[in-house]
Write a protein that binds this ligand. Structure first.
Ligand SMILES: Cc1ncc(COP(=O)(O)O)c(C=O)c1O
Length: 393
């Protein structure tokens, strides 16, 4: 079989721990029942799977009451629910240049549809936002502050706890996009004073694609409109959507194979601890940064230190279009990575990398080996060297 070095875990994690496949397979083959609807044994078992997953996520983020965790189908879905569900006409929002299009586009739509005003806070060359800049952007009518926790371009971690502290004295709610941080670094929603935490289940959490979650701080649900309405298997005689959690936000059948896999993944993460996983990721990040820094024609963008980051490492290759470089890496050495603007156009504009078509991003995962990183570095060095020897044109 051809060599495959998967360094695109920031898009979705692969491979998953073996027991994630087993759990999804077991559900599909043996159980197969919908949750929250039937009263027969297998339907009750399906309920237990959903609730086990919910409790696992709640433990991981320190949520206390697991009903405050609603399942969605992706990080994007969770962010849409949070943004469109909270904002009202005329509201003001503070966000940052570091955000993903899954925050930027719903906000833009709210600006067009509901006259929502948006203030953008800049970031430094590492991709970090200053909590003071967030404080200065606040207005009495600010309803929401939407902040990415870890950049999907530079890997920089934002000072979310400090922003949470600032907001604890303000009426604005804090929405954290934890797409690149949950499963990578410890998160405690109470310590960080987070009101809404959106995350996919398929990236750092190591669950299957098609899973996502939104944590909703107790009381915030009173202001959070559901976007998807329909059958919940409860209060079926009522014309309107139940007001109780989590059904309010979970109309329609659950993605049970996905949630079964996610429950297994969360338990796998808990057994290893997030701290241990982060420490292994930082070893690989160091190896990547040291290796890339030694290659002529390669320029690393983002934090060099491992103190406040995740394992996303992006670089520019002099003279290469990033997409072209990534395709060459795949074809020449089976290195799979993501190049371009990474759905974060403002971030690339802030870093200046938008002018050259973005960057090449490497994102190792729990099962990446040192040897795979060395092979990837050597393929990058060969490509960079070939351009020095044989420049285009
Ligand atoms: C920072 C960030 N936010 C949101 C998302 C969207 O998550 P999903 O792919 O699950 O919709 C991503 C995915 O790449 C991301 O990196």
């Amino acid at each position: 079989m051809a060599q495959r070095i998967y360094l695109d875990n920031a898009a979705t994690s692969w491979p998953k721990p073996e027991l994630v496949y087993d759990a999804a397979d077991l559900f599909l083959r043996k159980l197969g029942a919908a949750s929250g609807r039937g009263g027969y044994q297998n339907a009750l078992e399906a309920n237990r799977i959903v609730e086990r997953t919910r409790r696992g996520i709640a433990r991981l983020i320190g949520a206390g009451n697991s009903n405050q965790v609603a399942f969605t189908c992706s990080g994007t879905d969770s962010l849409n629910l949070a943004i469109q569900g909270i904002l009202r006409p005329g509201d003001h929002v503070v966000t940052t240049h570091c955000e993903h299009n899954s925050v930027l586009r719903p906000l833009q739509a709210m600006q067009e549809m509901a006259r929502v005003e948006i203030s953008f806070v800049p970031c430094d060359e590492q991709g970090t936002v200053s909590p003071n800049a967030v404080r200065e952007a606040l207005r009495p009518e600010t309803r929401l502050v939407a902040v990415i926790h870890a950049s999907n371009v530079t890997g920089a971690l934002q000072p979310v706890g400090e922003i949470g502290q600032i907001l604890s004295k303000h009426q604005a709610l804090l929405l954290v996009d934890a797409a690149q941080s949950l499963g990578h670094v410890p998160i405690d929603v109470h310590d960080f004073e987070i009101d809404l935490l959106a995350a996919p289940g398929h990236k750092g959490l190591l669950g299957p694609l098609g899973t996502g979650l939104l944590y909703i701080r107790e009381g915030v649900e009173q202001h959070l409109r559901p976007l998807r309405l329909g059958g919940t298997g409860t209060q079926s005689n009522e014309d309107s959507q139940p007001d109780t959690l989590p059904e309010k936000y979970e109309a329609g059948n659950h993605n049970l194979p996905g949630l079964a896999g996610l429950a297994a993944a969360v338990e796998w993460l808990e057994a290893r601890t997030i701290e241990q996983i982060h420490s292994r990721h930082m070893q690989m990040t160091e190896q990547l940064i040291d290796g890339l820094a030694a290659i002529d024609g390669i320029r690393i963008v983002g934090p060099r230190s491992t103190a406040q980051r995740t394992s996303v490492v992006s670089f520019a290759a002099d003279g290469y279009d990033p997409q072209e470089f990534a395709v060459c890496l795949d074809v020449s050495a089976g290195v799979e990575c993501r190049a371009g603007l990474h759905c974060a156009p403002r971030m690339h504009a802030a870093l200046g990398s938008d002018r050259t078509g973005g960057l090449v991003r490497l994102s190792p995962g729990w099962s990446t080996t040192d040897e795979e990183i060395e092979l990837a570095l050597s393929a990058i060095a060969t490509l960079a060297e070939s351009l020095i020897k044989y420049p285009h044109g």
